[in-house]
Design a protein around this ligand. Structure first.
Ligand code: ITT
Length: 210
């Protein structure tokens, strides 16, 4: 049985783009969301082989250190012509400087080396994990499919947003407002982004006051 959540929650991310989106997603629920960095929590090593396992590692580490429930996201861009890369290594492709201009170039070069032709199919995945201080954890996954475009377009969002064109749209995530990318429709029909879709599943299972 999922455990209902109320009160305080740590958002177990050190990524400012994700943190802003997760705060917006949580804002209607009256949950006091505290960022891991505000508590000075260390970043655990992401040793898992899947998005879900890495999300659980991050959520458990934060819940254990902060002694309150923690919500973590592990996410990434999976490119079909690159056999799913960068996938769970999406942040690592940006190097220690987290330079996503360089990471997007690296994707483009890898596609060139693989002789990939348009349309370049890709999807984003987000695994959200909620963990409690006793180690209990639940996870929820969301995906969004589309294609990659070069050169990158738009300076909104973060990470790989400027090269991702979701199916059915003519603007990349980098050209969309936060509301368009991860807004939750009033009738709770599926949101657009991977993270918002995972969040809808999380909210249905765990959040109160809906
Ligand atoms: P935390 O582990 O502290 O949460 P991180 O950036 O290291 O931060 P991940 O290991 O999950 O997080 O890496 C996922 C990367 O995939 C992230 O750095 C982004 O660049 C990219 N990514 C994930 N969601 C994205 C989105 O909505 N738009 C663009 N890029 C995204």
């Amino acid at each position: 049985m999922p455990r209902l959540l109320a009160g305080k929650l740590v958002i177990a991310t050190h990524n400012a783009g994700k943190l802003a989106e997760m705060r917006e997603l949580l804002s209607p629920y009256g949950v006091a969301a505290i960022a891991a960095a505000e508590l000075g929590l260390p970043e655990p090593e992401e040793t898992g082989a899947s998005f879900v396992s890495n999300a659980v590692i991050k959520a458990r580490a934060a819940a254990g250190s902060a002694n309150i429930p923690a919500l973590a996201d592990d996410s990434g861009l999976c490119v079909a012509a690159l056999k799913g890369a960068p996938g769970i290594n999406s942040a690592r492709w940006a190097g220690v400087a987290r330079d996503f201009g360089a990471a997007m170039k690296k994707v483009e070069q890898a596609l060139h080396a693989a002789n990939a032709r348009a349309p370049i199919r890709a999807h984003f995945v987000s695994a959200l994990a909620l963990a409690f201080p006793d180690g209990e954890a639940q996870s929820f996954e969301g995906k969004v499919f589309g294609e990659l475009v070069f050169p990158p377009r738009g300076n909104l969002g973060f990470g790989y947003d400027p090269i991702f064109l979701p199916d059915g749209f003519s603007r990349t995530f980098g050209e969309m407002t936060g509301h368009e990318k991860h807004g939750i429709p009033a009738d709770d029909s599926p949101a657009l982004s991977h993270r918002a879709r995972a969040f809808q599943a999380f909210a249905r299972a765990c959040l109160v006051n809906r």
